[in-house]
Design a protein around this ligand. Structure first.
Ligand SMILES: *[C@@H]1O[C@H](CO)[C@@H](O)[C@H](O)[C@H]1NC(C)=O
Ligand SMILES: *[C@@H]1O[C@H](CO)[C@@H](O)[C@H](O)[C@H]1NC(C)=O
Ligand SMILES: *[C@@H]1O[C@H](CO)[C@@H](O)[C@H](O)[C@H]1NC(C)=O
Length: 164
């Protein structure tokens, strides 16, 4: 009798303890066709995973461990958990970034506008490849790649450190 009670209640306890994580629907960027090979442009897949999460008013957007996701800028909306277990590699092509953010600056790699309850976790790495933009900040009008006469808002566009 006692044994059967334990058997019945144990799964319920596990469920209750994991409630926040359990409720967060997982949107793996790989399930949105990101290759994660570090070479292919995975921007569309990353944005699609985030758009799906936004449509459901949040969820966990997973960048899997062991993969490198080369991507242009993307926006994160409310109630999203960016679960970065692998590596996000920011595109180093100036053409990937456009001037469309509310401030008139270039889009940041990871954009958050009028949003709340965003979590960045996972112990992975965000590599904005910031180094190549620094000369552009110092002399924006060289006309040489990657500056191409475009002034980079370097501070706002790049993350340099791992999160973990
Ligand atoms: C914050 O986001 C998480 C993950 O989507 C969600 O489980 C939680 O309910 C949200 N909290 C609030 C106060 O909206
Ligand atoms: C630009 O990024 C690509 C893809 O990650 C990389 O192969 C290349 O070496 C980078 N170029 C520079 C100048 O860092
Ligand atoms: C991010 O949001 C800003 C503000 O709404 C918008 O201007 C920009 O185009 C968005 N960027 C992407 C990559 O969706």
């Amino acid at each position: 009798m006692e044994t059967s009670k334990i058997v019945v209640y144990f799964p319920l306890l596990i469920l209750l303890c994991n409630l926040p994580g359990f409720l967060a629907q997982v949107y793996s960027v790989r399930s949105f066709s990101a290759t994660g090979n570090g070479q292919t442009d995975d921007t569309n897949a990353v944005r699609a995973a985030l758009a799906a999460a936004a449509k459901s008013n949040g969820g966990s957007v997973l960048f899997d461990a062991g993969y490198t996701f080369l991507t242009g800028p993307f926006n994160v909306t409310s109630n999203v958990i960016l679960d970065i277990r692998g590596k996000i590699l920011g595109s180093n092509q100036s053409s990937a970034y456009s001037v469309s953010s509310p401030t008139g600056d270039y889009d940041p790699l990871i954009g958050i506008n009028n949003a709340n309850n965003i979590t960045i976790t996972g112990g992975g790495v965000v590599d904005g490849q910031g180094g190549i933009w620094w000369p552009c900040a110092q002399s924006p009008n060289t006309g040489n790649p990657p500056c191409n006469n475009r002034h980079r808002q370097v501070k706002k566009n790049s993350f340099y450190r791992g999160l973990g």
